[in-house]
Ligand binder design. Structure first.
Ligand SMILES: NC(=O)c1ccc[n+]([C@@H]2O[C@H](COP(=O)([O-])OP(=O)(O)OC[C@H]3O[C@@H](n4cnc5c(N)ncnc54)[C@H](OP(=O)(O)O)[C@@H]3O)[C@@H](O)[C@H]2O)c1
Length: 263
């Protein structure tokens, strides 16, 4: 029997306290929906949860750092036991990279980005995947980036973390397809958020977080393997590995950037 995925009831979103994650919480909040919202900042997470409640959803707040694997697994398994998760959006992430003085990231900064963006997302999905496989139902969405397709010289670890996530998601999609568990990877371009506030440089074709949430929702609805946007940058990112790198460097000169990390 065909499973209808269009109405998700029990939804977990990581990185829900800000930006795209907060917008996704708003997008999916409706009466009858149980949301598990994960983030680190108590005030912002609470505000997003209250907005979801005002829209008629029930919301649980998971105030935790993804790198605390025990706390992460405890929240997810407890939530899943009462509200079997049918949509997981592993969205939490951080950006680091070249600094204003031109220096590239050091080993500690690179490790932190990989730990949160790649390992944190993998830990998140593996806490939820066994239940979905057992139930033969569920959709996991991994928020990567166009940097996964076209690596940025200004953010090597960020690019690597997002390429790793894209590759992991593609492989997993094929691995669990027969079990009726769906995997999609999102590759956004520039989206207005606290993250892009720290990105000092041109941000062509930037869209709002609400628009990004709608595009992600539409892509999930169609069970797309990769949800890439905006289209012109997605297409350019897809073809950039096929173009000689010297040419890519010239073409992308206008979008070089540095990062001013948040406190
Ligand atoms: N904005 C863009 O242009 C863009 C483009 C491509 C991809 N993306 C990806 O989209 C995702 C969302 O980014 P955004 O733009 O919405 O950025 P954002 O506004 O900075 O939000 C990032 C979210 O991730 C959470 N987070 C970060 N580290 C965490 C950790 N260790 N444990 C738990 N939560 C953590 C943050 O929680 P707290 O704020 O509570 O600490 C926040 O809720 C990221 O994966 C990002 O790489 C963004």
């Amino acid at each position: 029997m065909a499973i209808t995925h269009s109405v998700f009831q029990n939804i977990v979103i990581t990185g829900a306290s800000s930006g795209i994650g907060a917008a996704l919480a708003g997008f999916y909040a409706r009466p009858g929906t149980e949301l598990g919202l994960i983030g680190r900042d108590p005030a912002r997470l609470h505000a997003v949860a209250n907005q979801a409640r005002a829209a008629g959803a029930a919301a649980q707040e998971g105030l935790l750092d993804l790198r605390d694997r025990d706390a992460l697994a405890l929240f997810l398994t407890r939530f899943d036991a009462v509200h079997p998760i049918d949509l997981l959006i592993a969205n939490a992430g951080v950006l680091d990279g070249r600094r204003a003085d031109g220096t590239i990231e050091n080993a500690d900064a690179a490790r932190r980005v990989i730990e949160i963006n790649l390992l944190g997302a993998i830990d998140t999905l593996h806490a939820v995947l066994p239940g979905m496989r057992r139930r033969r139902r569920g959709h996991i969405v991994l928020v990567s980036s166009l940097a996964a397709l076209s690596a940025s010289p200004d953010a090597p670890a960020y690019s690597a973390s997002k390429a790793g996530l894209l590759s992991y998601g593609r492989a997993l999609r094929a691995a669990v397809a027969d079990e009726n568990v769906r995997i999609s990877v999102v590759c956004p371009g520039y989206v207005t958020s606290a993250m892009t506030d720290t990105h000092i440089g041109e941000q062509p074709l930037k869209i709002s977080a609400d628009k990004a949430a709608r595009l992600i929702g539409a892509g999930v609805e169609r069970n797309k393997a990769v949800i890439g946007f905006p289209l012109p940058l997605y297409v350019l990112s897809l073809i950039s590995p096929l173009v000689p790198q010297a040419l890519v460097r010239i073409a992308t000169k206008g979008i070089r950037f540095h990062v001013v990390p948040r406190n």
